[in-house]
Design a protein around this ligand. Structure first.
Ligand code: PLP
Length: 390
């Protein structure tokens, strides 16, 4: 399906709403039936009818169709957060006694689910270094039902070879789930590489304006219907119509934003690579990246997340760098219009900082829609502030 068609036209039945260009926000909790028979049919098959907005809603429906098409999936569900999409995807595919193999260091709340919630229900998890597909094979047990992936992975962006891991899983009938938040379906399509379920935090690039929290889960129609009738309706974690409308609006400009963000990112990456205060830069689409060949094989763009290692003697020097930035904001998340930065040491306990560990001196930067020169000038202010310490 053509990208422009998906973003501008798919699922938009304008004759149903006054030929309005922007679709309406159907802000209704419930829907009325003309006959008892129609109501009965809806009770029997809520996945095909408007009954109650904890389930389906017409504004959300437009969004679902577009997002499923972008993922090249049969179907998708949209949640009120990426974390809810992760929770539903995993929960739907495990029962007591099952085992999961996960890439190490998955997104914080995926890891919390694995480490804190699932053990209460006798579901165990083995973490593996995802850079080698064979590590997944080695970790499999007879009770493994799920392989959980996130590629590129948080902070240092380690990649997993999606088609190799999908092949391993298919042989054993294991469900594969991939967090695709880094790339969005524009720059990576895990389902086309054999992955069963793909999810993303739509809070990031799909929203694109740092004003909505949402999550997407795509897969086969059969799997989505099963999740809808169980986890989705039961946890009540579906997206609200207004937030769905904001995401439809975000989708209109997604390709333009990603193109600009990716271009600016490579300029900022070049600047950082050449700066004497920077020890290393991690960006999957840069030739210096250790898994560059795999990045080129399964991704089509780099997006805006970059991690760099600062040459700094202390945590205080890193703090000076960050505190002196005037435009790049210090905040979690990414994918919006504004550039952001987080130093690893912000999440460390006092006294834990070791200047000899490069990871402790790492900063993750998200590059937004500002001009490269504007960001480079702000980073230069930060570098000058550390230089003035010595
Ligand atoms: C890689 C990744 N996956 C999932 C999530 C969860 O998304 P949300 O914050 O929309 O719940 C995040 C949030 O930061 C993330 O970074």
């Amino acid at each position: 399906m053509d990208l422009s068609y998906i973003l501008n036209e798919l699922a938009e039945e304008r004759d149903d709403y006054f030929r309005a260009i922007a679709p309406p926000i159907v802000q209704s909790s419930n829907f009325a039936f003309k006959t008892v028979d129609d109501l009965r049919k809806s009770f029997e098959d809520e996945y095909s009818t408007w009954l109650y907005s904890r389930g389906l809603n017409p504004t959300v429906e437009i969004l679902r169709k577009k997002l499923a098409a972008l993922d090249e999936a049969e179907d998708c569900l949209v949640f009120n957060s990426g974390a809810a999409a992760i929770f539903a995807a995993v929960l739907a595919n495990v029962k007591s006694g099952d085992h999961i193999v996960s890439v190490r260091n998955p997104y914080t709340w995926a890891q919390k689910m694995f480490d804190v919630i699932l053990p209460r229900f006798n579901v165990t998890v083995t973490y593996v270094d995802g850079k080698e597909a064979d590590n997944f094979t080695r970790a499999l047990q007879s009770n493994t039902t799920v392989i959980y992936l996130e590629t590129p992975n948080s902070w240092f962006f380690e990649l997993q070879d999606l088609s190799a891991i999908a092949a391993i899983a298919k042989e054993k009938n294991i469900v594969t789930i991939c967090d695709n938040s880094y790339c969005t379906p524009l720059y990576q399509k895990p389902i086309t590489l054999g992955i069963d379920l793909v999810l993303q935090s739509a809070t990031k690039y799909i929203s694109g304006h740092s004003d909505t929290v949402a999550g997407v889960l795509s897969g086969s129609r059969k799997m989505m219907e099963r999740i809808f009738n169980s986890e989705y309706l039961n946890i009540g974690s579906g997206i609200q119509p207004f937030n769905a409308w904001l995401l439809i609006r975000g989708l209109r400009t997604l390709p333009a934003r990603l193109e600009k963000i990716t271009k600016t990112s490579s300029e900022v990456v070049q600047f950082l690579k050449n700066h004497p205060r920077v020890e290393a830069v991690y960006y999957p689409m840069d030739p210096s990246f250790p898994q560059y060949a795999l990045a080129r094989k399964q991704m089509t763009g780099g997006c805006g997340l970059v991690t760099f290692i600062l040459k700094a003697e202390s945590c205080a020097a890193i703090e000076t760098f960050c505190n002196s930035l005037r435009h790049i904001l210090m905040a979690v998340s990414w994918g919006g219009y504004e550039s952001l930065i987080i130093p690893k040491c912000a999440g460390m306990k006092p006294g834990a900082f070791d200047k000899n560990d490069p990871a402790h001196r790492s900063l993750r930067m998200y590059i937004g829609l500002e001009e490269a020169a504007y960001l480079i000038s702000d980073l230069t202010t930060g570098f000058e502030a550390i230089a003035s310490l010595s």
